[in-house]
Design a protein around this ligand. Structure first.
Ligand SMILES: [Zn+2]
Ligand SMILES: [Zn+2]
Length: 325
């Protein structure tokens, strides 16, 4: 079968590889239809991995013996360790992540546990690539809302930094949450239009003002975004790190300053579970038109190596690999 193989830092090529065979108990071999191209893929590509790997973790697939389209929860947790027993499956001590430390979806076929697949019915099945990232955002939004209890106001002025897919999904969930009543503004370094923000009625700021936002949600994953977040947040406010920060970057603030300004720094890591996958499917089902605009370019697998090494999605959208164009 055809697959995109990462074989070194910034080295990806399309190869003919042997298709997965011999599924173990509970596993199935699925036919990949669509895969979302995630910033995590680009970061893994830039860094390289210890061995050759097929990336791709935002996967929509079909099964030979069952009708319908399925989204993959790529996190396979053991269910036994102390983290799994607390429901923190992303922190499983035996975590296997398809498309990260095991082969993923940038291939014609993928071997997966059947119970990691979640069936959905959308008018446009390519929307299924948003289920995994939205599922992680569901957990992110839950943690943001829990953290907001620390604030001195019930309607926090909120700044989202980064208008990419993460910023879109978090903003959508907060805007649609009955438990969030704050005003959201968006800051993004691009001057290009960001259609999802307009749809949600979120105003963009050209330069974030200091001491305005009680809550700043950093969704860009860039060192500049994190620096801005920590500079502008109000005293006794919250900086929530949602965009994945690059490895090796220090927090650009001293503990003394954090303490004196009483800033809480909170984070959210992954979080695709049966529950969050189900919620993500329900959100998209209810509001396909909103999520449709988050789908960016559709590319064939052959174009993926270039996409991963020259990261350039249309602002605020997810590029999708269409395996059967
Ligand atoms: Zn992702
Ligand atoms: Zn575990």
């Amino acid at each position: 079968m055809k697959a995109a193989v990462l074989y070194g830092p910034n080295q990806v090529e399309i190869r003919e590889v042997s298709a997965p065979t011999l599924p173990q108990d509970g596993e199935v071999i699925a036919n990949v239809e669509y895969v979302g191209v995630c910033k995590t893929d680009q970061q893994l590509t830039a860094a390289g991995l210890d061995s050759e790997r097929i990336l791709g973790h935002e996967v929509v697939c079909q099964l030979p013996d069952e009708q319908g389209h399925f989204a993959l929860n790529n996190e396979i947790s053991c269910g036994q360790c102390s983290y799994c027993r607390e429901g923190l499956t992303s922190h499983c001590q035996n975590l296997q992540e398809l498309g990260v430390n095991h082969d993923g979806g940038y291939a014609e076929k993928i071997r997966v546990p059947r119970n990691s697949l979640h069936r959905f019915e959308f008018r446009n099945p390519a929307l299924g690539v948003l289920i995994e990232p939205l599922s992680c955002a569901v957990r992110g939004a839950q943690r943001i809302l829990a953290g907001a209890n620390l604030l001195s106001v019930s309607r926090p002025t909120t700044l989202v930094i980064g208008g990419g897919l993460s910023g879109a999904l978090i903003s959508y969930l907060l805007t649609n949450s009955p438990n969030f009543d704050g005003e959201i503004k968006l800051y993004d370094i691009t001057k290009m239009p960001i259609p999802w923000a307009e749809k949600l009625g979120i105003e963009r700021v050209e330069v974030p003002e200091k001491d305005k936002a009680h809550l700043v949600v950093e969704c860009s994953g860039s060192p500049g975004g994190l620096t801005t977040a920590l500079q502008v947040v109000r005293k006794a406010g919250i900086v929530f790190i949602y965009g994945v920060p690059k490895q090796g970057i220090a927090l650009p603030v001293s503990p003394h300053e954090l303490f004196m300004r009483e800033i809480a720094v909170l984070t959210s890591f992954a979080g695709a579970t049966d529950e969050t996958m189900g919620r993500a499917i329900a959100h998209i089902k209810r509001d396909e038109a909103f999520f449709e605009q988050l789908l960016g370019r559709a590319i064939p697998l052959e174009k993926l190596p270039d996409e991963l090494t020259n990261w350039s999605p249309q602002p605020g959208t997810r590029t999708v690999v269409d395996m059967c164009p």
